[in-house]
Design a protein around this ligand. Structure first.
Ligand SMILES: Nc1ncnc2c1ncn2[C@@H]1O[C@H](COP(=O)(O)OP(=O)(O)OP(=O)(O)O)[C@@H](O)[C@H]1O
Ligand SMILES: [Zn+2]
Length: 723
């Protein structure tokens, strides 16, 4: 090797491009290295082959090349490079987002090797002499059958040292035992629609095709995934299943594990310990895992034998990352499927308007499940309760209380949905008009009665519940409106016999909380579930017959143009929890606007009709998916600084008549955790021109950002979901 050769290294730094270093020996693409950058030792990844630096340039050496794991696969580097380009994020930072935490750090790591040991041919022919009793016992154990570390340590405490020695001499080795992967249990006979869906997607295995599986709640979408994955596993290939919520993974994993006895399922989400996550990731990468199930970050998991990608609940906003690399796991899944030449199946009862538009345009192919899978199950009847005419007790109307009492007397499970946790959304003084505003955010502090605090749900700041109005001293201050805690208390008072279980972020913070919920529900220990939209997501509570939705009207007239879409989809999903098994279901919605088209469509279970209405509105207004959108966000303690920064950007980027730029204007949440937030909204009918504008903006942003100093933070958000 010529000592003037160099490699390009990707680093986890907020700077564009790669950095050149001089390696001691030639290095393969994808290998992790340690390098010195600005006086710090950082982990880097070699981005491309050896090249020649410009003459006269002095390069730092690569400090160390890590060898405990093979180089990262090129498919992963390609995907990270695409994400960096598409989301206008530094390439190194994008790649490091895709890696498990332990692989981002400057040290050589590999997960423990848990594969079993066996004797090689040579090993079988070379039994240790009888006087080496421990060695002979080990040899005999392995002669009988392959063994894992624990079993061998039980034979001799020295086992692993001896085996390492034998491995060095070619007498023993670790190996991947062959797996018998077969679908187990009694499989339900597929409905005609399910069978069509399975056959259609199966026919596309081996090439790229995006499928939108639009199936009403309880129509058996998961069964479709399972049948397809069975085919993939039968061919010795791998499947990736992306779900929006950690709370959904245990239920799903259990269902998959029951179906595919013998298959290795790797589970990936952000609640795993670093070591666990590395192990699952490497298992998938090394082809040892057959199925990967995980939240959005799992979309990056390397899979050498990938044959199918499933994105469940593809409409869910938590598939999009809201900081750093602001990627959407669904969109990256589609890109990845294309790159790997495999089909991708996007499933939802209420697809995003983006996916509906893609299906309408023929980019995705649509599969419909219009009926519930259980022969006896029907979609629930929806009743709209006009709260302008009803008297409310703690936010509950008489028909709602009656319906809950009826379900209770029939021993049926009910669900009460309200999308606010805490006791009441605000504390107010009726005398002087004071309300519990958060000092750091443009939001109210929420009353939490049990912990006796006012807490901001945006910045987390809390203070003790005041006994009197801080402004006028009035002792008669009141919680206004209802949250889950208040409903729990009110229902307890109205229906003293009911066993009530509250489910919100406060009650499910513990890791095993969802397990307990399912245990109690299936043991028949719960009559009424009270909770937030957590309850809406894909859960199957079996015998649930009544769903009540409260406090939804805010979504009808919000400044966020997606609020209506989100409300409609949440209500369809919550309503879909009812009547899934044999019991007939009913849904009661309390509203001041019973004639609103959204509620009318809900009552008809008419997703397609209302989606068409919303799409027409978006076309009219030029909003996504009818146009492409990006934000440049800036925040600083001082609002004027954030606005001036964005103004500076506008002044330096050339106008494109096809690109509309709005702002600088305050974000919907104008103040968060003591920082003022401003943004530019950039819209264009052509994606390429939007990206050209952003590409031109990037270097300007980098320069202005340096000039503005540390107090100012900025970010580009492509296809933003929050304004
Ligand atoms: N072909 C079938 N015959 C009988 N029962 C079925 C069939 N397919 C699925 N089921 C059952 O129907 C119920 C709903 O199925 P599943 O959970 O797959 O629906 P889903 O479409 O994913 O629902 P959601 O979108 O509401 O979460 C489950 O209990 C499942 O076991
Ligand atoms: Zn706050």
């Amino acid at each position: 090797m010529n000592d003037t050769d160099c490699v390009e290294v990707l680093l986890d730094v907020p700077l564009q491009g790669t950095f050149s270093y001089r390696p001691a020996t030639p290095l393969p693409v994808g290998i992790r290295v340690r390098v010195n950058f600005g006086g710090r030792e950082l982990c880097g990844v070699v981005a491309n082959g050896m090249s020649r630096p410009a003459p006269g340039v002095k390069l730092k050496p690569v400090s160390e090349a890590y060898a405990a794991l093979p180089p990262l696969p090129e498919s992963l580097l390609r995907m990270a490079a695409f994400a960096a380009r598409y989301y206008h994020h530094p390439a190194g930072a994008a790649l490091f987002t895709a890696l498990p935490t332990l692989l981002r750090q400057p040290r050589d790591v590999a997960p423990p090797d848990r594969r079993p040991w066996r004797l090689t041919e040579a090993g079988r022919l070379a039994p240790p002499p009888p006087r080496q009793r421990a060695r002979l016992a080990l040899w005999q154990a392995l002669e009988r059958a392959a063994q894992d570390d624990d079993a061998l340590r039980a034979v001799s405490p020295q086992a692993l040292r001896v085996l390492a020695e034998w491995a060095g001499q070619g007498l023993a080795e670790r190996f991947d035992p062959p797996r018998e992967v077969s679908a187990a249990g009694d499989l339900p006979a597929l409905t005609g629609e399910q069978a069509t869906a399975v056959d259609s997607v199966a026919a596309s295995l081996g090439r790229y095709q995006a499928w939108l599986l639009q199936g009403v709640t309880g129509s058996g979408k998961t069964e479709v995934y399972l049948r397809l994955i069975a085919r993939v596993l039968a061919e010795g290939r791998q499947a990736l299943v992306v779900v929006p919520e950690i709370s959904l993974t245990p239920q799903l994993i259990e269902r998959f594990a029951r179906r595919f006895a013998g298959a290795r399922i790797a589970c990936l989400h952000s609640h795993l310990a670093d070591g666990e996550r590395l192990e699952a990731w490497v298992d998938a990468w090394q082809g040892r895992a057959d199925i990967v199930i995980g939240t959005r970050l799992s979309v990056f998991t390397p899979l050498p034998r990938l044959a199918l990608i499933v994105v469940d609940e593809e409409h869910d906003a938590s598939l999009k990352q809201h900081d750093g690399l602001r990627y959407h796991a669904r969109d990256l899944a589609v890109w990845r499927a294309h790159d790997a030449e495999v089909p991708v199946l996007l499933g939802s009862a209420t697809p995003s308007l983006e996916s509906v538009a893609n299906a309408d345009a023929g980019r995705y192919r649509r599969l419909m499940l219009t009926r519930r899978a259980h022969a006896a199950a029907r979609l629930p009847a929806v009743r709209l309760i006009d709260t302008r005419r009803a008297e409310l007790t703690d936010g509950l109307s008489a028909p709602v209380v009656d319906a809950l009492a009826g379900a209770l007397s029939r021993r049926e499970l009910s669900l009460v949905y309200i999308n606010r946790r805490g006791y009441a959304p605000v504390l107010a003084c009726p005398q002087c008009g004071w309300t519990s505003g958060c000092p750091h955010c443009s939001a109210k502090q929420v009353v939490h009665l049990q912990s006796r605090v006012l807490r901001c749900h945006h910045c987390g700041d809390a203070e003790p519940l005041p006994r009197a109005c801080p402004d006028c001293g009035n002792a008669d201050i009141r919680p206004l409106g209802e949250g889950t805690q208040r409903l729990e208390a009110a229902l307890g008072a109205l229906l003293p016999k009911a066993r009530i279980l509250r489910i919100d972020r406060d009650t499910t913070a513990r890791k095993d909380a969802w397990d307990a919920v399912y245990r109690r529900v299936s043991a028949g220990e719960v009559d009424i579930l009270v909770g937030t939209q957590m309850l809406a997501k894909g859960h199957d509570f079996g015998a649930l017959s009544l769903v009540v939705a409260l406090g939804c009207d805010g979504g009808l007239y919000s400044a966020d143009f997606r609020a209506g879409e989100r409300l409609f989809s949440t209500l369809m999903q919550v309503a879909g929890r009812a009547g899934r098994a044999g019991v007939a279901g009913e849904v009661l919605v309390q509203t001041q606007w019973p004639d609103h088209p959204l509620y009318q469509a809900l009552a008809r279970h008419d997703f397609d009709g209302y989606a068409e209405t919303l799409l027409a509105e978006r076309r009219e207004a030029g909003f996504p998916p009818a146009a492409h959108q990006a934000l440049v966000r800036a925040d600083a303690p001082d609002g004027a600084a954030a606005a001036a920064f964005l103004q500076g950007l506008l002044a330096s980027v050339a106008d494109d008549p096809a690109v509309r730029v709005f702002g600088p204007a305050p974000a919907l949440m104008a103040r968060l955790a003591g920082r003022e937030r401003a943004q530019l909204v950039i819209e264009c009918a052509e994606r390429a021109r939007l990206h050209a504008w952003l590409s031109a903006a990037e270097p300007v942003l980098a320069r202005l950002g340096r000039e503005a100093g540390r107090a100012l933070r900025w970010a580009i958000d492509v296809d933003p979901l929050e304004l």
